[in-house]
Design a protein around this ligand. Structure first.
Ligand code: ATP
Length: 415
């Protein structure tokens, strides 16, 4: 694989005054193109350090991308250093001068001497146009290695990288084909997942890599392969996904960018089932997730946020004896909530949550993060207990995804 390095220049980056967003942007774009960024270096405005960085980068990678230190405010440190590094004198570059003159004319401004200096570049470099600023970029080729030097101003660098540098890199090194496949899982944590599929992962061919991307209660598995032919990669990836399915099919809810909410929507629509929700600790968050899918009115009828016991009792009709005997956060209450919302809203499914989001309100028997979730449907009422023990917002998010996962599992089990 063709490898790349990124060198960002500027004292302010080393001092922590400027966040090195340029390195992040370049890494991201270059990786997406199919080249492998293996090295990132940041150096101050000092010629000898810049030379050292260039030498290191040159010894390890084919593509070397440099930003910063091009303008007059830094005494053109990068340009001068590149001229030394490539042993080519600085001289007036006619094309750069014409571009600069046009840039200033267009804005009705006079070209100053300082700006004219920006057209003085190392001999033999190819200029990279900068349509949104004054400092031109520079492209060098040496012993089958390419070097691009771009300004430090982020929007100038971004424009130049995308429109000038990447096309030149593509001409020089044909990028490999990259094929990604996302496998979306829910209901299993990253470490349990890796226990189940570790052997399969180890046996993947060398051009295929697996990444675990954990989120709230879900893990996305990204299978990435590199090669020359898309169809070949696609077929080989599908073969691997088939093997994976044999191991963890009950945790896979979909592929690529589908969300759990979308998958649930597809199933409910397919089965022509309607759902209603009774929420306590999730405070509407669960209904928000369900209704964030366009067309959810086909299967979602509505919800009651029964936060207080009075609303649980008076509106949702939870038996007051159950509430006083077992408490609001209990299996008995959540089952009543699910059954009652199903009845009240005349739906096929009732889904309910009750729990202690925290930080207050916990006890030894019922700690912060305890959540009960229940589903009532034609097959009966099923409940599950979760203990998240996180901060308030995280508990609510986990409870929401927990409820969605439970719902998806019940829907797929009953199909
Ligand atoms: P000049 O601005 O002198 O013309 P230049 O275009 O090469 O030169 P720098 O002087 O290096 O750019 O930086 C210009 C601005 O861009 C500064 O505000 C600097 O903090 C910001 N900048 C430089 N490097 C980075 C970086 N790696 N990530 C984010 N911002 C940066």
């Amino acid at each position: 694989m063709i490898s790349a390095s990124v060198i960002t220049i500027g004292d302010e980056i080393l001092y922590g005054q400027t966040l090195d967003t340029n390195a992040h942007f370049i890494s991201q774009r270059i990786s997406t193109e199919g080249y492998k960024v293996i090295l990132r270096l940041s150096v101050g405005d000092k010629a000898s350090d810049i030379i050292d960085a260039l030498k290191t980068a040159e010894s390890k990678t084919e593509i070397i991308l440099v930003t910063g230190g091009l303008g007059p405010t830094r005494d053109d440190i990068t340009k001068k250093t590149l001229s030394v590094f490539f042993e080519s004198d600085l001289e007036l570059n006619q094309e750069a001068l014409e571009d600069l003159t046009a840039y200033f004319n267009k804005r009705g401004l006079q070209l100053t001497e300082v700006n004219r200096m920006q057209a003085i570049l190392p001999r033999g470099c190819r200029i990279i146009k900068n349509p949104v600023g004054t400092a031109p970029g520079m492209w060098f080729e040496k012993e089958n290695k390419v070097f691009a030097s771009m300004p430090g101003v982020p929007h100038e660098m971004e424009n130049m990288l995308v429109n000038g540098v990447i096309p030149l890199i593509r001409q020089k090194y044909r990028p490999p084909v990259i094929y990604h496949k996302m496998i979306m899982t829910a209901g299993i944590g990253e470490s349990w997942l890796s226990d189940k599929i570790g052997k399969w992962e180890n046996d993947l061919p060398s051009y295929m890599k697996l990444a675990y991307l954990p989120g709230f209660g879900q893990v996305k598995l990204r299978l990435t392969s590199h090669g020359q032919k898309r169809e070949v990669l696609e077929n080989e990836t599908e073969e691997q996904v088939e093997k994976l399915k044999e191991m963890i099919s009950s945790y896979i809810y979909g592929y690529d960018d589908i969300t759990l909410e979308e998958r649930i929507g597809e199933i409910l629509r397919g089965k022509k089932k309607k759902i209603a929700v009774a929420e306590s600790c999730t405070g509407g968050h669960l209904s928000h997730h369900i209704t964030s899918i366009s067309g959810s009115s086909d299967y979602f009828t509505g919800s009651i946020i029964a936060y207080s016991n009075r609303i649980k009792e008076k509106i949702l009709g939870v038996n007051p004896e159950i509430l006083s005997l077992y408490g609001a956060v209990s299996e008995e209450t959540v089952k009543e909530m699910a059954s009652n919302i199903k009845k009240l809203f005349s739906t096929d499914i009732g889904l309910a949550t009750t729990g202690i989001a925290g930080p207050g309100g916990g006890s030894v028997e019922k700690p912060v993060g305890l959540v009960w979730i229940a589903i009532a449907d034609d097959y009966g009422v099923e409940s599950r207990k979760f203990t998240y023990a996180k901060d308030r917002v995280t508990n609510i998010q986990f409870a929401t995804i927990g409820a969605l996962t439970f719902l998806w599992q019940r829907l797929t089990k009953s199909s």
